[in-house]
Design a protein around this ligand. Structure first.
Ligand SMILES: Nc1ncnc2c1ncn2[C@@H]1O[C@H](COP(=O)(O)OP(=O)(O)OP(=O)(O)O)[C@@H](O)[C@H]1O
Ligand SMILES: [Mg+2]
Length: 243
């Protein structure tokens, strides 16, 4: 598997707080990597830096072998890095279908017209929103809002997908469907970096997992092994084991 994302020495401070502290890792094509850690560990900040929403203070980020540091979020998205937010965000006045059409128009392949409409149908169906094409975000249940956000991210035709607690709040049946969906994205060759608190989900879904605490990477490797390491148990399970 070739590296889609390579991160080295990544650091971001907020005043005196080091939210991300010298982080280094990589994600390969088709690989699903979990990013876990207690609240405030710096997970969302990592995704914000990777997607260009927040600038790093130090370190390097190579996407498909090229640095993306300093590029605007829309440029990074067009290069092939898509993301969802915590919590989900969508255009309030656009129907689900139009919202996905917008992403298709500004994505890597810039699809328009009939081709785009068919692709929007397909994507909404894939995320389980086929019945809500004409709904506005305000009419959607919480879970469907998240589905829409994922459809919009996929409409950018990403090589790397960043998911920030996308599976949070799913009931067991929805979770099973969501895990299957993310797994299929990996099988299709998309590299996925996902932040998730529920450790069973990490174990079921991820090829590898990275554990952060107070901005630092404290462990990485196979989920079953990493999540059993004493430092991880202390830092993460101690506070989040009931999550
Ligand atoms: N824009 C910001 N300005 C100031 N401090 C920030 C900002 N964004 C994040 N922080 C701080 O950086 C630290 C890491 O926050 P971050 O949101 O990345 O954690 P997280 O691991 O995603 O936590 P959670 O599991 O609660 O979502 C926290 O102490 C947070 O308060
Ligand atoms: Mg977060």
């Amino acid at each position: 598997m070739s590296a889609v994302l390579e991160v080295d020495g990544l650091t971001r401070r907020f005043g005196g707080l080091v939210a991300v502290d010298g982080l280094g890792f990589s994600v390969a094509s088709g690989e699903i990597v979990g990013l876990v850690g207690p609240n405030g560990a710096g997970k969302s900040t990592v995704l914000n830096v990777l997607s260009g929403v927040v600038r790093p203070d130090a370190g390097s980020i190579a996407f498909l072998g090229k640095s993306i540091i300093g590029r605007a979020p829309d440029r990074i998205a067009r290069l092939g890095v898509a993301r969802t937010f915590q919590p989900a965000r969508s255009f309030a006045s656009l129907t689900c279908h139009d919202s996905v059409l917008t992403s298709l128009a500004f994505g890597r392949k810039r699809l328009w017209g009939r081709v785009a409409r068919d692709e929007a149908d397909r994507l909404l169906d894939r995320v389980g929103l086929g019945r809500a094409l004409d709904s506005l975000p305000g009419q959607l249940a919480y879970i469907d809002h998240k589905r829409l956000e994922l459809a919009r991210a996929l409409a950018l035709q990403p090589e790397l997908l960043l998911l920030d607690e996308w599976l949070a709040g799913f009931n067991p049946a929805e979770l099973e469907g969501g895990i299957g969906l993310i797994r299929s994205l990996g099988e299709q060759g998309i590299a996925v970096l996902l932040v998730e608190h529920v450790l069973e989900t990490i174990q079921a879904l991820c090829h590898r997992c990275l554990v952060m605490n107070t901005g630092r990477l404290i462990a990485s490797g196979l989920p079953a092994e990493v999540l059993a390491e004493p430092e991880v148990v202390r830092a993460y399970l101690g506070e989040e084991g009931d999550a």
